[in-house]
Ligand binder design. Structure first.
Ligand SMILES: [Zn+2]
Length: 196
């Protein structure tokens, strides 16, 4: 049996508790496996903490300096970033983001968003783009109450036409438009999208 003293924990341990390292004279790592694992774990945790702290600080800094910037980034991402969880309701539905952060700043002051509890950017026409004329800041609670619509006008018209022809079931329509059968049923019976 061969032994080696670990550089970090200073314990005398069997050589098979050390990783191999051909660059060393005895072909073994300075530290035992335990110490190495612990160290890499600590390193990783510290690294994560550092990154998260940096992000958090950046977020807070943004919020203090330009309170509208997080709304701006969020809306931009919903329209342009396919990995955003809400992309399907925005970019995926053809909603375009055609605003600058200056536009958001303008709206922020015009709508006195600083007096709101939780300001959030709202599109007046839910099928319209993020553009200056279609946007305003409102309370988040008010925004959440608005029905999040999944389909645009032309899609609703086509769904009703197709169903009236009788060659396609509600279920098939649901699959085609990536909504539930209940949504299709409401459209057909004019329980939703009544104005179309
Ligand atoms: Zn050790």
């Amino acid at each position: 049996m061969k032994y080696k003293i670990c550089f970090t924990c200073k314990r005398k341990k069997l050589t098979n508790t050390f990783h191999k390292d051909n660059s060393k004279k005895d072909k073994l790592h300075y530290d035992c496996k335990n110490c190495r694992t612990q160290r890499s774990g600590e390193y990783y945790n510290n690294y994560l903490k550092k990154i998260l702290n940096k992000k958090k600080k950046q977020y807070i800094k943004n919020k203090a300096k330009k309170p509208w910037i997080n709304s701006y980034n969020g809306a931009k991402s919903r329209c342009n970033n396919k990995n955003n969880k809400d992309y399907k309701y925005y970019g995926g539905r053809g909603i375009k983001f055609i605003m600058t952060s200056e536009d958001f700043k303008f709206l922020w002051f015009r709508d006195k968003a600083c007096n709101m509890k939780k300001p959030s950017i709202d599109r007046k026409d839910n099928d319209g783009n993020y553009e200056l004329s279609n946007c305003k800041f409102i309370e988040l609670s008010e925004n959440s109450r608005k029905v999040r619509r999944k389909l645009i006008k032309t899609q609703v018209e086509i769904i009703r036409k197709l169903y009236a022809k009788g060659n396609i079931s509600q279920r098939q329509l649901g699959l085609r438009y990536n909504v539930s059968q209940a949504v299709i049923n409401d459209i057909i019976n004019k329980k939703s999208y009544r104005e179309i």
